[in-house]
Design a protein. Structure first.
Lengths: 100, 327, 658, 201
């Protein structure tokens, strides 16, 4: 837990700088390079996840307080559901139907 | 009283299965596709009956033996929390049963997508099935004929049904010949069926689609090859031609009897095509009650000329990239 | 807006005219009765504005029972229509409306509120808490559910019922094929009720995580609390999907968007996908709390602790996980290919394993026990064989290739009535017999209960067993009629007769309630069943603050231990402290009404009126934000008085089970 | 329901009810994750169904999107600073940073509305195609959340001004903070999987 007396919001500033770098990095890779679609998507997808992590840990203090563990489980569960819903739906809606 | 009930519960299924003089259609397959499913079902029934018998037996025994009686009122049950061995047993056995069910299931699932075994070298006949409210349209592209609400096929020949819908989502099912599959607008699903012998089999829609649903049935008539060829020839010679206007009329929500044509609607529209026009008639579906707003659809057949359709094709490759190809 | 009144009210049908008159008369009757008895104020201050979890629970249960009437009536009508071939009792349109509302009402407005109601009454007591974590939110959940339920129910007489099945598959449910507003009711009413359910889920997760009494670690929670907790977790994971699906349906129907339409690139399969992403977990949301109920009752009346507690917990966790990854088994026939169907066949069948673990643990809880056949226990016993039939046929459906032959037939209908009725309805009956004294201070009559039990169980089997065979013979679901030649007639007739027996059983239940209210013995202790968990350690009916002193716990079955060791059963005056309680609030009721009204306008596509009504929602939220009501305290003296009243009763008290 | 106050903790965690509310809000965010996941799933299924209408490349204004992104990122940062100030018991600093956050948020919202107007001018509406339906609903849901967040934050600021920093107001501030950061998280994924992907693909 953070102390009340911190003078300078160091973690916030760092987080902010990181997220700016990640955002512009992703934009640069997507818009200015000629990598293949797949490679680009993997890279910028990873950057997005990293940046979400920064928000969760450096801004939202996910693990803070007596329910830190619960929060982490909650978010992991949310991520699991996201994967099931997004990947599952796309797979089920596009697989098979071989001739449609 | 309770015992009687449980006896009924356990024996009733057997009675029904064996005692009926006319077999239930699912247990009386008339072709290799349906047969492979029936085999799978029979296999599963063996295991399910085993589960039912064992658990019912255990249940009856325990409930009977440990019920409260006048003479055991001072019996204090032991403080018992569980048993690792027992719990492992009743986890492991169901797992094994599930595995025993999974393997043939997966095999059958894959087999059902292919021409049935033993028929690979027989040239399959392709029939396009278009479901509409509330009728079935069958197009024979090779023969250039079209039928409504009945379909004639040669026996002992694999038929490739290509399924699509001009309206709602429906399901094509001929239980004596095989399982069902949905028909959906602007896409195509496929299914192979074979009839062992000449005969008449009932087919129907199983996926609810409004007022006329209950009567959405058709007949599959399996004929000998010679009969079939003769029938095709006859249709070609005697049946009228279907016009686009007639066809549009036909797609309206109605019940029709049997119809036969000596051409197919595939000449001007294949509803399986992603960019085909939409043929909807919201105003004809108004029932009782308060009516809501309906929207004019740009791609409805009444609004568009063929040039517009062509415009769509510009996007053909972007639209159908990746694994969605071949629409 | 140019309302056409003849369209607004459904007319021209004796059936509907009859129910319109009935509805008006009932409403007049209720208003007149309440006015005559001068109960308005009581109704308002004791019930409508209440934030007490027990009362909210009771209101949920009452709504559930009412909805069971409506849904059951629908069921009987369908059975009457199909009792003979080519019946002309209902036409296709009516039949369609009736099975649609039957499915929706039974699942969302009967089963859900019953179970959430029981959770409300029991969970805080079982974990030794004074209330749920957010009492006002709890009331809001109830009133949203209630608003949604009412909105859905008026569709029958105003505007037109939804008629596309409880699954409301597109494109059928879209404007192209259902231009009436009936399906708007589906989209909007379920949305409102769904939000209420989601809030309930959050409330129970926080309650169970944070408000357990001292010493009650997670692995010492009673099984019903566990299953309620997991069901709430599934609610949180699944209901947002339904929220989105319904919103998209609303956009398609009201604003001409193209998510699921035939035109404009919409994808009908996507609706089925989203619906079942929610719909499958939903059936486990229903069945898990029911499993918890059975666990409590079987353990109590076998006088043994639950067998294999740890594996019970583990199996519900596995069920919860698997419930999220099996949804495709509802549309194996959509052509997603053998790979997809194989994977989902495997995950589906895998659920048999944890469920089997539970079944065997129940059996072995009874083994070496002394099984007391109370009505609550009878329902739990009947559950086992009936549910197994439902379960094994579920596994048969789960085998993708075989499902090609069962799908959309009465075999499927039989399967899910065999899981839902034993799995949920029996459980609700069991729970009502079991916890009735906790809620009202008297037990239901056991003799009448026997009639209820036998009629219902026999009727149930007679109604639905024939459907398995009808299905295997090619009888499809949702078909309002069948031909004489089909040969279905005898089995359909058996089924129809069964449903009459079923209805008589339910009638016996209603009579039991009536009889017991008038005649049952009021002199009972807090613990009529000689039970094991904390809710029995306090008075029946429970005092507003639940426990004068919060109990401490160091194991499973804490109350059983307290009784055995004779400790913690009495309370010293010096232990009693002031108790802080939340204040009542009219805001949740107001929000329910505003949501209902806004929803109504939206259903009729009067967008401006709906927007104006929605301002009321914002106003309510702002009001809540500025509300600093801190609740009130119950003074020590009052607590002492209440406690001594139930602890030192004069005269003889009666226990049902010693 | 005890109102005992534990002074060793930051203000917002001091009472039992506060801890319940904060946990409850986290759980609510879990539900929000599922909600947005579903919208992303829908978009992922429909995003190539242009139905002859405009495509990504036809409508996206990537420069504006970058500005929007920076506005929202910065507002998430200033929200963090606001909470930081709250922990230091600096009411003035807290309110100052909250107001800055709101200004940035409003800027974002203003640009998003402009973007929508631009789309509609190009003939890209929710009724045009499945792709656009899913796009508008995904963006619109996020935008509606931001709007709601702004109204809500204003309510909180009013209460801070009127009541100062108490455990209750601190809790409310903390929760709106969580909410705001969460919206930024969602935006990151919209930015990546809608805009950047749309420009590449
Ligand atoms: C409470 C409700 C409930 C419950 C608990 C279940 C439980 C199960 N259901 Fe059911 N189901 C529904 C409600 C429910 N279902 C509804 C409402 C529908 C239809 C909706 C509609 O279309 O309108 C449906 C439809 C449905 C389908 C879709 C069929 C179709 O549309 O074609 C399938 C397919 O897989 C299925 C499977 C299962 C399985 C495998 C279980 C399993 O969980 C069952 C597990 C239990 C057991 C197996 C018994 C006990 C176990 C043992 C004794 C151990 C040993 C056993 C073995 C090894 C087999 N269900
Ligand atoms: C919790 C869920 C639940 C419950 C409890 C029930 C209970 C019943 N259901 Fe079910 N049912 C569904 C959920 C449920 N159902 C669903 C989801 C569907 C699918 C819908 C769809 O296809 O979209 C369905 C579909 C369905 C069908 C299939 C329709 C079709 O496809 O053609 C049928 C047909 O018989 C039916 C019948 C019944 C009956 C007879 C009962 C009985 O158990 C009801 C018993 C209750 C009573 C009988 C109470 C009535 C009592 C009175 C009115 C008092 C007066 C009586 C006297 C004085 C005697 N239901
Ligand atoms: Cu199915 Cu494209
Ligand atoms: Cu399911």
């Amino acid at each position: 837990m953070e102390k009340h007396t911190n003078r300078f919001p160091i973690s916030h500033v760092l987080g902010f700088i990181f997220s700016l770098i990640l955002t512009f990095g992703a934009a640069f890779i997507a818009l200015k390079t000629n990598l293949s679609f797949k490679v680009i998507m993997w890279i910028i997808g990873t950057l997005a996840v990293l940046q979400a992590g920064i928000q969760l840990f450096m801004f939202m203090h996910l693990r803070e307080g007596e329910d830190g563990k619960t929060n982490v489980i909650n978010i992991i569960y949310g991520v699991f559901m996201t994967v099931v819903i997004v990947v599952g739906s796309i797979w089920v809606m596009s697989a098979g139907h071989a001739t449609h | 009283m309770k015992k009687g009930l449980f006896a009924f519960l356990t024996t009733a299924p057997l009675l029904f299965l064996s005692g009926c003089e006319s077999k239930l259609v699912v247990f009386d397959p008339q072709g290799p596709v349906a047969r492979s499913i029936t085999d799978l079902i029979n296999w599963s029934l063996i295991w399910m009956l085993l589960v039912v018998v064992v658990v019912f037996g255990l249940f009856g025994y325990i409930v009977w033996k440990y019920r409260e009686r006048k003479d055991n009122l001072d019996y204090e049950p032991p403080d018992e929390h569980g048993s690792t061995i027992l719990e492992i047993i009743w986890t492991a056995i169901p797992i094994l049963i599930v595995v025993a069910l999974t393997i043939p299931t997966v095999k059958t699932l894959y087999a059902l997508e292919e021409v049935p075994q033993g028929y690979e070298d027989k040239e399959p006949i392709t029939i396009h099935v278009t479901s509409a409210d509330w009728k079935w349209i069958f197009s024979y592209p090779e023969e250039g004929i079209e039928t409504v609400n009945y379909v004639n096929i040669p026996a002992d020949t694999p038929i490739l049904f290509k399924l699509t819908s001009a309206s709602t989502m429906q399901s094509f099912w001929v239980p004596a010949l095989g399982g069902q599959k949905y028909t959906m607008g602007k896409m195509e699903t496929e299914m192979y069926l074979i009839a062992d012998h000449p005969g008449s089999y009932e087919g129907q829609n199983t996926n609810f689609n409004g007022r006329g649903y209950a009567d959405m049935k058709f007949e599959v008539l399996a004929q000998t090859r010679a009969e079939y060829d003769k029938w095709v020839q006859e249709v070609k010679e005697t049946a009228p031609k279907l016009t686009e206007e007639e066809y549009e009329e036909l797609l309206k929500p109605t019940h029709l009897g049997r119809l036969t044509f000596s051409n197919t609607h595939l000449d001007w529209v294949n509803h399986a095509d992603h960019n085909s026009k939409t043929y909807t008639h919201p105003e004809l579906y108004r029932g009782h009650g308060y009516q809501g707003k309906i929207f004019e659809e740009e791609d409805n057949y009444r609004n568009k000329t063929n040039d517009d359709i062509e415009k769509h094709d510009h996007h053909e490759d972007t639209e159908h990239g990746g694994d969605h190809s071949g629409h | 807006m140019g309302i056409k009144w003849n369209e607004f009210f459904i007319t021209g049908d004796p059936l509907i005219l009859g129910s319109q008159i009935a509805i008006v008369l009932t409403m007049v009757g209720i208003v007149a009765g309440v006015t005559y008895l001068k109960k308005w104020k009581w109704l308002w201050s004791e019930w409508i504005t209440t934030v007490d979890h027990k009362r909210i629970g009771i209101m949920y249960i009452i709504s559930g029972v009412l909805m069971f009437f409506r849904g059951g009536m629908d069921g009987l009508l369908m059975k009457a229509q199909t009792s003979r071939p080519e019946m002309e009792f209902l036409d296709a349109q009516h039949y369609n409306e009736i099975f649609t509302t039957h499915g929706v009402i039974m699942i969302l407005f009967m089963a859900m509120p019953m179970l959430i109601g029981i959770m409300n009454v029991v969970v805080p007591l079982q974990i030794g808490a004074r209330d749920v974590a957010f009492p006002q939110l709890n009331a809001l959940s109830f009133w949203l559910f209630f608003g949604g339920a009412m909105l859905f129910n008026i569709s029958f007489v105003i505007g037109g019922s939804p008629d596309a099945g409880w699954t409301s598959y597109f494109p059928l449910a879209g404007k192209e094929f259902s231009p009436g507003i009936g399906n708007n009711y589906y989209a909007v009413a379920l949305q409102i009720a769904g939000i209420g359910t989601l809030l309930s889920g959050i409330n129970f997760v926080v309650t169970i995580l944070k408000m357990r009494t001292k010493g009650m670690t997670l692995m010492k929670m009673p099984m019903f609390t566990w299953t309620s907790f997991i069901a709430s977790v599934i609610i949180i994971a699944a209901f947002p999907i339904f929220t989105v699906a319904l919103a998209l349906m609303t956009f398609d129907r009201l604003y001409g968007a193209h998510f699921f339409t035939l035109s404009g690139g919409g994808l009908d399969m996507l609706w089925a996908n989203l619906f079942w992403l929610w719909g499958h977990p939903e059936v486990y949301i229903l069945v898990l709390p029911a499993f918890g109920i059975y666990s409590e009752i079987i353990s109590t009346f076998s006088r043994k602790t639950l067998f294999g507690y740890k594996s019970m917990v583990l199996s519900i966790l596995i069920i919860a996980f698997l419930s999220m990854v099996v949804w495709v088994h509802h549309f194996y026939t959509m052509g997603s290919g053998p790979a997809v169907n194989s994977i989902f066949s495997i995950t589906t069948m895998a659920i048999a394993v944890p469920t089997g673990i539970k079944i065997f643990n129940w059996l072995f809880t009874m083994r070496k026990g002394r099984i007391k056949m109370t009505n609550a226990m009878l329902w739990s016993l009947a559950f086992v064989p009936c549910f197994i039939i439902g379960g094994v046929t579920g596994v048969m459906l789960g085998m993708g290739a075989a499902d090609y032959q069962y799908h959309n037939t009465l075999f499927l209908v039989a399967h899910f009535h065999y899981t839902i009725i034993p799995g949920v309805v029996f459980a609700v009956f069991a729970a009502l017999y079991y916890w009735w004294p906790k809620m009202f201070g008297f037990t239901l009559n056991e003799k009448i209960g026997r009639w209820h039990f036998w009629l219902f169980v026999i009727g149930f089997n007679a109604t639905f067993m024939p459907m398995f065979f009808l299905g295997l013979d090619g009888a499809v679901r949702r078909s309002y009629t069948y031909s004489v030649e089909s040969g279905f007639a005898p089995l359909f007739l058996v089924s129809a007769i069964g449903s009459v027996i079923l209805a008589l059983g339910f009638f016996a239940f209603c009579y039991n309630i009536y009889w017991s209210i008038r005649h049952a013995d009021r002199n009972i202790t807090g613990d009529p069943w000689n039970a094991r968990t904390l809710e029995w350690a306090t008075a029946s009916p429970v005092q507003p603050y639940n426990f004068a002193k919060l109990p401490e716990v160091d194991g499973l079955d804490p109350f059983w231990k307290m009784k055995k060791n004779n400790e913690g059963l009495t309370i010293k005056d010096s232990d009693i402290e002031e108790i802080h309680m939340p204040s009542n609030s009219g805001l949740p009721f107001f929000m329910g009404v505003v949501f209902g009204v806004a929803g109504f306008f939206l259903v009729f596509e009067w967008h401006i009126a709906a927007a104006i009504a929605a301002i009321g929602i914002i106003a309510g939220l702002i009001y809540r934000s500025f509300d600093y009501d801190e609740g009130y305290h119950i003074p020590v003296d009052e607590i002492k008085e209440t406690e001594s009243k139930w602890r030192n009763v004069e005269g003889e008290v009666h226990n049902y089970v010693k | 329901m005890s109102s005992k106050i534990d002074h060793s903790l930051p203000l917002e965690y001091q009472t039992e009810q506060n801890r319940l509310n904060i946990l409850g809000f986290w759980i609510f965010l879990g539900a929000e994750i599922v909600l947005f996941a579903t919208l992303f799933g829908v978009y992922g299924v429909l995003y190539q169904r242009y139905a002859g209408g405009p495509t990504h490349q036809d409508i996206i204004m990537i420069k504006d999107v970058l500005i929007q992104t920076v506005l929202l990122l910065t507002s998430s940062f200033t929200m963090g600073i606001a909470i930081f100030e709250m922990r230091r018991q600096q009411l003035k600093g807290l309110i100052f940073w909250l107001v800055i956050t709101l200004l940035l948020g409003s800027g974002f919202l203003f640009m998003e509305i402009n973007e929508f107007i631009h789309y509609v001018h190009l003939g890209a509406t929710m009724q045009t195609s499945a792709f656009l339906s899913s796009l508008f609903v995904l963006l619109g849901t996020h935008g509606a959340h931001v709007t709601f967040g702004i109204i809500w934050a204003i309510m909180v600021i009013i209460q801070l001004v009127r009541r100062g920093l108490t455990p209750t107001t601190a809790r409310k501030t903390f929760i709106i903070g969580l909410y705001w950061h969460f919206l930024d998280v969602v935006w990151i994924f919209i930015f990546t999987f809608v805009y950047l992907k749309g420009m590449v693909g």
